[in-house]
Design a protein around this ligand. Sequence first.
Ligand code: ATP
Length: 258
Amino acid sequence: MKIPKSHPRYDSLMRRETLVRAWKAGIVVPEGLIAHGRGEAFDYLFGERTIAPALVAERAGAAWLLRAKRPVLSVNGNVAALSAREVVRLARSIPARIEVNLFHRSEARVRRIRQLLERVGARNVLGERPNARVPGLESKRALSHREGVYGADVVLVPLEDGDRAEALVRMEKVVISVDLNPFSRTTRTASIPVVDELSRALLNIHRFAQELRDDPKEITRLTRTYDKDRNMAALYSFLRLGLNGVRATGGTRGRRRP
Ligand code: ATP
């Protein structure tokens, strides 16, 4: 389907098309399409833009990734379909390892995602032939690599499920999540929850990493001063203000709210 560039929700519709194509190519599972729909609903509430508290979390996340000894970016089907290039660019600039991790795991899908990442420049992607298990997880999401997520000190887990986020926090890792749902278990559990749309979040984290890389003092300051509770409180008040704004104007088309 050809979507006109002038459509007010062009980016969002393009993301849907991309996901459907990735589903046909065996990268995304149908359950991933449902999860995306939930993300879209929250993005609509935020006005389909990055709100200020998300920027604060993205900057802190960049600082933690730069400070890490063993940073790892975790990739699932939706992440590969929507943002393979952004993941690879971020991995290069930190530098960090990439590990493919799937809830609905099949070896063929792990391989296809690894190949997709390699086509846009990734090297040494982990995921096939796992050699460790994240303790406390029954699902195939437990499968991991000692030189990847299992052994990491800081992990970026975009579009994660709550069980694994909790298990990784229990392993005392710094867990940076990207999830538009401000109430998900992932968001509530992560050390640094980024409540923003995936591709915007990855672009911002990359931009902040570029800015911060030669500024160790600012990196240390950010990792010391980031306060999850305050950040989430700010995020909830943005959400409240946004909803009040919709009520006051009687419509949902004021795209630049709150
Ligand atoms: P939890 O266990 O954390 O409570 P869940 O397991 O129900 O959540 P999933 O079904 O794994 O969550 O879905 C992952 C989450 O990713 C959803 O909460 C959804 O809001 C979010 N999401 C989906 N697409 C995007 C996207 N493009 N950008 C950011 N977040 C997204």
